[in-house]
Design a protein around this ligand. Structure first.
Ligand SMILES: Cc1ncc(COP(=O)(O)O)c(C=O)c1O
Length: 418
């Protein structure tokens, strides 16, 4: 039996994470199901940025000695418990894109070309494949793609140096068995770099328990660090200090202010720094990570899965008749998002109606996103979503579909970012 409004309000009263919602500054009336693209704003983040502006005004360059300079390592240590990592193993820096390049170079440095192949997976978020391609082109490696859905095993031969994989797939939301795959890759003599973009802050991640040596991830999605917030990378302690990473910038130098002619990598995780970071961006992220220290990750996972089930159950019976299929994997194999694929009603030339459906929802205050071809994505960020929000979002979607509201011409206009 579908839950009633009273039922979901009762679930909210019993929710141990309910108080976090008031610590986010969401627009009035918005139901935000796009935290898997850009997380909502913690109230404390706006305060922290304002304080940083005042510090810049008053302290000028002294700010660098007042916490700005060591922020990449300090925030890395804040992030570590959310990833099952130890202090000194995580650095907040640059973007996933840059960090992938650094790690591919670091892993393969000094190997000669005994293992000349870098693997990436077809259908993954494009930057992972693009960086593998670029790295191979400039580094003299061979790039091979594991087709989407193919068994990795068949591609892991003695020529493979490294493979880049997503922990949770950005389109399907499918969660991989990180421990088993890491064991498999290591047993073949290769390294794996995990992309945690859709798992950090979405579910408990335990890099140490899974035997992971290298990972990257972003902080602007579930971790609420803000638009373009700095990314992170993880290098297990015993894998540090092995050589160089290829973006050998001055702040990754052992003595950056000695201005020496030649590069010498800093000890530990700091060598993965590149150039000057933005204290403004770090201030917003630090405020969010401070909030995250209070979050019980088991409760987060439990609520994320209950919200997903509530959404799907509230839509049951209404998707088929509109040519929509629910591609969300089963609970043990998914992250924190729901994927609904809209069929093109047999016409491959016509624009997919999924885009217009998402636009019609946005007009009603329910914010999700759309990815070609035909995928409507809804992210469930348990810190600022109530059960009632999710119940109402499903009601809006049912109404948009049943009334054909999305067919209105204004929903067909496309912006640059979908
Ligand atoms: C799986 C995955 N990797 C990487 C990125 C982008 O990384 P970057 O921080 O370099 O923009 C995204 C962005 O959505 C993503 O979903």
């Amino acid at each position: 039996m579908p839950l009633t409004l009273d039922d979901v309000r009762e679930l909210d009263r019993q929710d141990p994470l309910a108080t976090f919602k008031s610590r986010f500054a969401l627009p009035e009336g918005a139901i935000y199901l796009d935290g898997n693209s850009l997380g909502a704003q913690p109230v404390a983040a706006a305060e922290a940025v304002e304080a940083l502006m005042a510090q810049w005004r008053d302290s000028l360059i002294q700010g660098w000695n007042q916490g700005w300079f060591d922020a990449p390592e300090r925030l890395g240590d804040r992030l570590a418990p959310l990833l099952g990592a130890a202090p000194g193993e995580v650095l907040v820096s640059d973007t996933i894109t840059h960090n992938l390049y650094k790690l591919l170079g670091y892993i393969t440095e000094g190997q000669g070309r005994a293992r000349p192949v870098i693997l990436s997976e077809g259908g993954n978020f494009p930057t992972d494949g693009y960086i593998a391609q670029g790295f191979c082109r400039f580094g003299g490696f061979e790039h091979r793609v594991v087709p989407e859905g193919a068994a990795l095993e068949a591609y892991l031969d003695e020529r493979v140096a490294a493979v880049v994989l997503s922990h949770v797939h950005y389109r399907t939301g499918r969660l991989r068995d990180m421990a088993a795959i890491t064991r498999q890759v290591h047993a073949s003599g290769a390294e794996v770099v995990w992309d945690l973009a859709h798992s950090a802050g979405a579910l408990p991640v335990n890099l140490a328990a899974c035997g992971v040596r290298y990972a990257v991830g972003c902080t602007y999605k579930y971790l609420n660090g803000g638009p373009g917030a700095p990314a992170f990378l993880y290098v297990r302690r015993d894998c540090q200090n092995r050589g160089w990473q290829p973006l050998s910038g001055w702040l990754g130098h052992a003595a950056p202010f000695a201005f020496e002619a030649d590069y010498a990598p800093a000890p530990g995780i700091s060598q993965f720094r590149t150039g000057t970071h933005s204290p403004l961006a770090f201030a917003a992220l630090e405020a969010s990570l401070t909030l995250w220290q209070e979050v019980d990750l088991a409760a987060l996972r439990h609520k994320s899965q209950r919200l997903i089930e509530l959404f799907r159950e509230s839509l049951s019976g209404c998707l088929d008749e509109h040519g929509i299929s629910d591609i969300t994997p089963p609970e043990a194999q998914r992250g924190s998002q729901v994927g609904l694929v809209v069929s093109n009603h047999g016409s491959s030339n016509a624009p997919n109606p999924g885009y217009a459906i998402v636009q019609a929802l946005i007009e009603r205050g329910v914010i999700g996103d759309y990815r070609e071809p035909g995928l409507m994505r809804f992210g469930f960020a348990p810190l600022y979503l109530s059960h009632e929000d999710v119940w109402q979002a499903a009601r809006h979607l049912r109404e948009v579909l049943s009334a054909g509201e999305y067919l209105a011409p204004r929903f067909q206009q496309r912006g640059a970012v979908t």
